[in-house]
Design a protein around this ligand. Structure first.
Ligand code: ASP
Ligand code: MG
Length: 425
């Protein structure tokens, strides 16, 4: 069997949903588990609903109605029969979400976040599943929460592999047994032991697909995207971006870890453990070759890959008395980073200072620097860029940094990382 994942961009409107059907027609003979995300930018829109509700600042009901109407418009374009059961099913999901909004927020933000935002995946899969069935692509809709069990870390649920594996065997395997069997389910969401909905972290549907590939011993996994495959750089930053035809698992993990947005970082490991190849292909050109990530291959072409992160802050922390930054100081510094939930993108230690590069987050960084300043001297540069180059050459670095100031540089055999900014005129 194979696992497919269709992201938000591949189901952003009625025509895109029809395109998904066209792709699946080519695989009618296969046993497939198809993971689908929320439609278009629905997750962002539902995040607004949660914020409006939890912080009681905007009109959450109105924000939810916008999401509801967006889906109704898509359904109206897809289903001629306005009595089709899918209309009622989708309305019901929105109605139960609206009921949450009628309560007073009491629990944690994350709890409400997961209960509300998950509606995006539920309605999306209801619509896609119904459309496929209408188009002769028979499939069973699966509520992923009956299978994918997590702990109660809301917004970042940790998978309970044992329990999910048992449930996948009991529930999903039989659905795949018949002929022409397609199971369609949600990405991104799961369920804890109390039967509360959880989510796996933003962009988590790739990870959901990889979890299923692992649990079901898939022979292959496919991610269908709006790009031809994995490129060696984001074309937004780099006009010469080139497609990589094949990537080793190791390179894929490194690229995802350093922030290549095309693959969710947690996706590769479960696939690697069971040696399942991952194909990244274009849903616009489904017959084109795309990229394959697999074991036992060299990345091809073996060219430098770039990951650019804009809007970084570089801070340099030193002791007020100029004592060395050693274990005791570092322990204190890391504790502050951990408690403020700030992720470190790059760090470097010298005798008297410790430098850290991280994403600018206007809610997290100012309180963190204030806390650090109690005990340390803190200098910082905002608006800098972090560039990671995998398989670099010296001339790649020279070209990239021409006309730029290098504030920090770190190299290992295969990866170079540079914090750079434009030279001030
Ligand atoms: N819909 C979720 C998000 O936008 C999960 C996903 O698309 O992977 O983050
Ligand atoms: Mg997405």
């Amino acid at each position: 069997m194979k696992v497919f994942k269709f992201g938000g961009a591949s189901v952003k409107d009625a025509d895109s949903v029809k395109n998904v059907a066209a792709i699946l027609t080519k695989f009618q003979k296969e046993k497939l588990l198809v993971v689908v995300s929320a439609m278009g930018k629905t997750t962002n829109a539902l995040e607004k609903v949660v914020n409006d509700f939890f912080y009681q600042k905007g009109n959450a009901h109105q924000a939810l109605d916008e999401v509801r109407n967006f889906h109704i418009t898509i359904m109206e374009a897809l289903f001629e029969n306005k009595q089709h059961a899918v209309f009622g099913e989708v309305q019901q999901i929105f109605d139960s979400t609206a009921q949450i909004l009628n309560t007073k927020p009491e629990g944690s933000f994350g709890f409400y976040y997961d209960s509300i935002v998950s509606a995006g995946e539920l309605v999306s899969t209801k619509i896609v599943s119904a459309h496929l069935n209408e188009s002769g692509i028979n499939n069973s809709w699966l509520d992923v929460r009956t299978v994918l069990k997590t702990d109660s870390t809301y917004r970042e649920g940790k998978v309970d592999w044992m329990q999910s594996s048992a449930l996948a065997h009991d529930i999903v395997m039989p659905l795949l047994k018949g002929e022409n069997s397609i199971v369609l389910t949600q990405g991104f969401i799961g369920c804890d032991s109390e039967n509360h909905t959880t989510t796996l972290g933003r962009e988590g549907s790739d990870y959901s697909a990889a979890i299923f590939a692992y649990l079901l011993d898939a022979e292959e996994m496919y991610i269908w995207k709006d790009v031809p495959g994995v490129l060696n750089a984001d074309p937004k930053f780099y006009s010469d971006a080139q497609k990589l035809d094949q990537i080793s698992y190791h390179d894929a993990i490194e690229l995802a870890y350093y922030g290549a947005s095309v693959i969710h970082p947690k996706t590769i490991k479960p696939l690697e453990n069971k040696n399942i190849p991952l194909y990244v292909k274009s849903f616009l050109k489904p017959d084109a070759s795309g990229t394959v990530v697999r074991t036992g291959v060299q990345t091809k072409p073996l060219i430098p890959s770039f990951i650019f992160k804009n809007n970084q802050v570089l801070i340099s922390i030193s002791a007020k008395d100029f004592s060395f930054i050693a274990e005791d100081n570092l322990a204190k510094i890391f504790e502050l980073f951990a408690s403020s939930g700030v992720k470190i993108n790059l760090m470097q230690n010298s005798a008297i200072s410790f430098s850290v590069c991280m994403d600018m987050d206007e809610f997290k960084i100012p309180p963190l620097t204030e806390a650090l300043k109690q005990d340390f001297k803190v200098l910082y540069n905002t608006g800098v860029m972090l560039c990671t180059i995998r398989h670099y050459y010296q001339n790649t670095i020279d070209t990239l940094t021409a006309g730029k100031e290098i504030l920090l540089e770190q190299r290992s055999r295969n990866t170079a990382q540079l914090v750079i900014r434009d030279i001030k005129k």
